[in-house]
Design a protein around this ligand. Structure first.
Ligand SMILES: Cc1ncc(COP(=O)(O)O)c(C=O)c1O
Length: 316
């Protein structure tokens, strides 16, 4: 955000998507979904949030592509008529992680890029969850064939060490000396871990493995969906896998209590699944193993999920 504003100093806004999650600093909290009872509002900036498509829960029964078009129109209306002072950047997660693994239709990815180009606005992709092999490509930007101006990364790159960073287009002016200095900004062991992680992703073909294992997990989950009415939707790509739980497939009522029961039963059996807690409906279960997981371990985790779903459904 600092880099974007440094490069568009005459603009006042960074637009973000509804249900976004960008972190927990005072400013990234404000850029995320609206926190209820947020005690920091007094010193926070206000971000304008724009609607985005949700292929499983589209507006007005639209197709994902129609909803993509609608959301592009709304984004353009916000840029041209919705804010005073001009837009410096649009910031989005390519797949909303904590919002519930929401992948957008391809026309939306391409359309946002086109809109940004047309209005001379920078496009920031927050790839903290999707970057470094998770979707089966090094970046989601490769997966969707869209080149943002700035990519934010973290998590996977450190292989467990604390490390985050940004990639920026060479067309942008960089920071001035002292502009972006942090006490732990360049911790050498983390940087070494980052280099080793990239090497391992390349040497061990972990992007291709994420694609293969992701396809395997998705196949198994789709097969489970035939037996488990709790599974409303199965989402990928790569190892960004997960399921949305619903109490009724027709009405898509979020199965939030059931999700907690499934998570607990799995934990008791030694498997930790993630959940999308922030910004989402609280019914999304994440299957996000390390990229180098063996097929046997992945199958064991999915067997446990199968068993947990069976138990929870029997209790109902
Ligand atoms: C998409 C996304 N962006 C940003 C962040 C925040 O990263 P950090 O906790 O390193 O500030 C997270 C953390 O979960 C995230 O999922």
């Amino acid at each position: 955000m600092k880099l974007a504003l440094r490069n568009r100093p005459d603009r006042r806004h960074i637009l973000v998507l509804e249900d976004a999650y960008h972190g927990r600093t005072i400013t990234t909290m404000a850029a995320s979904w609206p926190h209820t009872g947020d005690p920091f509002a007094a010193v926070q900036s206000q971000f304008v949030r724009v609607p985005h498509p949700n292929p499983y829960r589209p507006r007005l029964g639209m197709s994902p592509e129609q909803e993509g078009e609608l959301c592009l129109e709304l984004l353009e209306a916000t840029i041209t008529r919705g804010v005073a002072g001009g837009v410096a950047a649009v910031m989005m997660e390519p797949i909303q992680g904590n919002g519930g693994h929401i992948e957008f239709p391809q026309n939306y990815y391409e359309g946002v890029r086109e809109l940004c180009d047309r209005h001379d606005i920078l496009l920031i992709w927050d790839e903290v969850q999707t970057g470094f092999g998770r979707t089966g490509e090094m970046f989601a930007a490769d997966h969707y064939g869209v080149t943002p101006d700035i990519i934010i990364f973290g998590k996977g790159i450190g292989g467990g060490f604390p490390l985050a960073g940004i990639l920026a287009s060479e067309r942008l002016d960089g920071f001035l000396v002292g502009d972006d200095q942090l006490t732990f900004g360049q911790f050498p062991p983390s940087l070494a871990a980052g280099l080793a992680t990239v090497q391992a992703i390349e040497d061990d073909g972990l992007c291709a493995r994420a694609t293969e294992h992701g396809a395997h997990a998705t196949r198994r989950l789709l097969e489970m969906a035939e037996r488990h009415p709790l599974i409303g939707d199965v989402r990928c790509p790569g190892l960004m896998v997960g399921i949305e739980l619903v109490t009724d497939r027709a009405t898509k009522v979020p199965a939030t209590e059931e999700l907690q029961e499934v998570l607990l039963l799995a934990e008791e059996r030694g498997v930790l699944f993630g959940e999308s807690r922030y910004g989402s409906l609280g019914n999304f279960l994440k299957v996000k193993p390390p990229l180098d997981i063996s097929t046997e371990l992945l199958d064991r985790a999915l067997d446990v999920l199968d068993e947990a779903l069976t138990i929870v459904e029997m209790r109902r």
